[in-house]
Write a protein that binds this ligand. Sequence first.
Ligand code: HEM
Length: 476
Amino acid sequence: MSNSNQAQATATWKAYGVGAVPSLAKNPLDFFLNSQRERGDLVPLNLGVAQLLLVHHPDHVRYVLQDNWRNFSKGSMWIAIRKLVGNGLLASEGDYWLRQRRLMQLAFHRQQLADLTTTITDSIDLMLKDWKTASEARQPVEMAHAMSEVTMQIIVRAMFGTGIDRDETRAMVDAFTKALRLMNVRMWTFFLPDFIPLPGDGEFRAVMEQIDRVVYRFIADRRANPSPSGDLLGMLLDMQDQDTGERMTDQQVRDEVFTVFMAGHETSATVMAWVWYLLWQHPEVERRLHRELDEVLGGRVPTFADVPRLTYSRMIIEETMRLYPPAWLIPRTVVADDTIGGHPVKAGTTVLISPYVVHRHPDFWDDAERFDPERFHPERAIPRQAYVPFGEGPRLCIGNNFAIMEMQLILAMAAQAYHTSLKPGIQIQPTTMPVLRPNQDLLMTLYPRTASASGRAWMLQSEEETVAVVDRDRKA
Ligand code: HEM
């Protein structure tokens, strides 16, 4: 008997019917969370046109994503994602996926990450220049957008080297944000055939053409002028199948480029938006972070060697991803009839795993809604499979180490330079679009912590006085 089947399953399975659709559509996160609280670890959802199973217990998560992963394909909900990323790594299956995974893995090795450190810190530096201007003008910065822009800048530079300017990067951020929003509609109506038109279909096509034009131009330029730049695009074009000696076609490269853009920018960006919000709510955590940054960096730009020493920064990021995992839903489709936790599941059933719910499972997390980076202290064991922000098993996020390093560097450089202070009275809730974003603008005022951030132009206060100003904002 599998681990999954040994897990304590609820004795009866209390299914939802179509009557649940309005509450699911109104607030999917509350719906998922309540389903676990009220109906247990395995909750069938019978929509008539589709059979779904909500899987909440970490043992069952391991069964689906790891122990018996071949029987749980990406399937129907991923059809919408394929419209964006084609047959890229995120959505491909079978032998093709395995071949691409092995090839792409090379691009995410430790040495590659080390080589990317300066690319990342240079991009963050560009953002800090904008922040300096905003700070001096006492203009608040919208943090979710700032994080999207910096992570897009990072991924674009990691992918294409330096050959893309900021205006084009901004246009890409807007186009991708739009494409993701429009794709979300098709994702939730996965049971409708393509010939049934949906609002936004035309706009989606136009946005995709816009992004395609940029990406194919880069591929053509690089094929015409190969350069040993060591960026991801160069690696994708050079990669050769060991058995056949084949290289990727333009279409395959385009699909992998889109995949890395889609998987690798909005995810890290939303985590960082939540980090700023949580730091604002938890001044004691912010103070400890500042102490770590002062001790480890003392005002310097971080290097690759500093990253493992930024322990508390990492703990903050990990705890933020527990509360607000960007990939809040991981869907799979059952290939052949199976059993999960004693519950028979028919082929074709859509299995939905929500890290948002798993990360709050009361059997694994005490006082789960509380933000507490100490949970991720290196000497404390995290409950296995109860923490899956990057998924699990063979399809685990390929960019997880890149993402953690990138977020540590953003946090370190930005928090070293500025105190961030949220406009008083703003209450933020998560929304699913399809990543877990804040539901409204995170307008934050930036108070310089260091002379280099202010150029001494208006850093009139001492650190203590700045802290006092920020604390006063907090209480307002
Ligand atoms: C905080 C940041 C990130 C989060 C939370 C995240 C989350 C995830 C999750 C949950 C999966 C598994 C999906 C599934 O099993 O269906 C995944 C897969 C993937 N991610 Fe990430 N990701 C992040 C950053 C990145 C970055 C920076 C990159 C690339 C630079 C990336 C590239 C990918 C790719 C290519 C896959 C597909 C892997 C495969 O199926 O073999 N991700 N990610």
